[in-house]
Design a protein around this ligand. Sequence first.
Ligand code: N01
Length: 886
Amino acid sequence: MPDVMVAASSSKAPSGGTTQQVDVAVVGAGFAGLYLLHRLRKAGFTAVVLEEADDVGGTWYWNRYPGARCDIQTIDYSYTFDPELESAWQWSEKYATQPEILRYLGFVADRYDLRRDIRFGTKITAATWDEAAQRWRLTTSGGATVSSRYYIMATGCLSAPKPPEIDGVKDFAGEVYFTGRWPHREVQLAGKRVAVIGTGSSGIQSIPLIAEQAAHLTVFQRTPNFALPAHNGPAPADRLGLLEADRAGYREQARWSLAGVPWPQQTAVSWQLSDAERRERFEQAWAAGDLVYILTQLWADQAVDLDGNAIVADLIREKIRATVEDPETADALSPHDHPFGAKRPCLDTNYYATFNRPNVTLVNLRQEPIKAITASGIKTDKRTFDVDVIVFATGFDAMTGAIMAVHPITGRGGKSLSEVWANGPQTYLGLTVAGFPNLFMITGPGSPSVLSNMAVSIEQHVDWVVDRLVAAKASGFTTMEATETAQAGWAQHMADCATLTLHRLANTWYTGANVPGKAQGVMPYTGGVGPYRSICNEVVSRGMLGFRLTGPDGAEQCNDGEVVRLQPDVRLVLNMLAEMQLPPLESFGAQGARNFLAEFNAARPAGRPVGEVVDGTLPGADAPLPYRLYRPATPGPHPIVVYFHGGGWVLGDEQSDEPFCRDLCRRSGMIFVSVGYRHAPDHRFPTAVEDAYAATRWIAAHAAELGGTPGAVMVAGWSAGANLAAVTCQLARDRGGPPISGQLLVCPVTDCTFDRPSYVDNATGYFLTRSLMYWFWDLYCSPADRTDPRVSPLRGKLEGLPPALVATCEFDPLRDEGVAYAEALAAAGVPVEQLKARGHFHSSLTMVDVVITGVSGRVQMAEALRRFAGLPGQDHQRAPHEIAAE
Ligand code: N01
């Protein structure tokens, strides 16, 4: 079959200046456009696909440079919507070449008879929403017009090549090629002096093959990129075996995975593995030749934490040094300016070894930038390189380029998309834009798209959009449009997701940094394919949340709102808990609940190393109490924080908040002494509070023996433990000491009133429920005791208390009483800092290494403790989510 199949049976524009009327107009006949057309037709819509190229293929039509291949294993990079299609097509290699992928797309187009509705060689010149007709009006390069109810951009993320931005390109007398617009004829490079500018995936794939042909190849590199050997060949037997053993299961797993390829989520973090274990994992990944594998399967913190990431980057640089013979060249090829994976890494075949060839030269543009292109070649600020051919592998105006720059799109009220996106793309789900009714994008900015296996994301987007069109038609609605609230909520969720990953720490096409003047920001959705799919499904199950639908005769439905208000990792934790369908904790009884908690805690990450952990016993109010002391690794003496664990005065012990204590010990550089106070119902009020007070006295009196700084201590606690910390401060003031220099109250219980809005709004669904709180209160103290300031400190005298940091979480029944306590402290003249954790639930801030978005909160807590102790602040130049190294 020829590489380029001429579209003999393609759709023709209607003659005589008539406007073609269709239900749906689609732009682009690549992976997305073809599947869209197939699904639309099956759903009974009339559709036309408008395609600039002369054939199907999209990105695979244009990118025909030497060495062009996919970099997701081909068995994963395929359509999965039709099992018969899957068995009708066999891929010949692990990573198919561009011609083979193009043949596949042609095969699909023919198999489903798609070409008759594709208008090739047709460029759209403008798209305008016609308010009166409630339709899109498209004008095309040939002058023909199309009127459609819906307009769907299936334009791909990497289809608008970026101009070279180098002076003098027009002066060059030799041949010029762009990898993204490679000629359809054979390009003769044999015996020629060739320059390649750019070392992204396109450069890295083409350089080894160009080097084999050219008399001499000069590679102009601005930023070195991480490249990994593809180890191409037949599809690996293990992956093929998995697919063939359970095709449907394999595909389903991919749909719910993070990157659209069925690999499990790693749980071990780098610091839990020995050097030897890490190296073994890395070597295995290096040998696997699989981008998704090495990006996700080494250790859980490789993509979210700089320290975990640096280990991988170091190991890759070691490989580069081992391959490239000239140390200076090896050094120039080694990336140092971005975390591994923050910029798209490449799969290569002999890339680094190519620089050992005598006919290849690397020019490091960081040391000698290009000044201009001249008639004879390329001039840097140090040298001139005479060449016959220049290949620009300089990339794309990614994600927004093909949607925005290619033609004006005008929505409601005459607003153009370029205006609306002037400060960066705004979308709802990456699929729609407020103000642009009935406009959809497949893999648009705000969707997982380029951070995923595109084939999986495309099928999900297409299915979701077409299913919505079918549902709208069935219910008589003719327009569908995202609301501003939903869109703003999605932007917030996108930003929350982006703080979890390292993508924002690199200047890449993901962030728009490669195009001068383009607005900056992480454009793809970084929350993962599976979570994204569940959110899209949730939008539907919640009555098209965030969409306004209208129909004839004034019919309207608008269920406004934000689909995700939780932090992304909190959402995952709560979903996981919901899936476990646990009975209410209170139904276990006190001992049963304690056992459950102990089991739950045993399964969590243990917490990072601290200098020393010491167990001991101290005298409580009238009985010995166990304690656990966490000492920093730095030389002492250290200030001491007396810590009270959470658990509703009923559950937990001196070890149950271990990861939280370790984390704060490391961050603050202070000793944490976690006290095992006695619990209800065996020991009801006021035992716990008297134990807490007695323990604080004893610890303050024995500070030097414990390795602490003599003098004042600080108190801290979470939940009921924060209640004890707050009450201890009041007792210490009233009973003549010990001196307390500060109080850290995390989600404190401060009052016995249960009718504040947070008790109502967050009564269920956020793990700590209102009924669980009732149960705790009932076990701890009788109704008559509840107004006692020793259990409701909000009702006590607040003047003269030590400075406080009060942390509250948005989705916590205790939120409002925490805020009330902070406000009352401030009113009483106590210096107070509030930390209001948006999108978090009661346990978020203590779930170290699970809820990573809690890190910035803990950084703030550690800083507050240091201020209480009169210590200088620490250097927090690093991004807030990054966990400092030992
Ligand atoms: O483009 P890129 P690409 N002067 O933007 C350099 C996908 N893809 O076409 O990093 C000098 O990655 C630029 O330097 P810098 C894949 O997702 C997939 O290679 O900006 N240099 C960079 O080195 C990929 O990520 C496959 O400092 C200039 C290079 O040009 C995406 O497409 C194959 C410059 C551009 O790299 C884009 O890849 C190919 C200038 N003025 C592509 N301007 C598969 O394997 C830019 N550069 C499936």
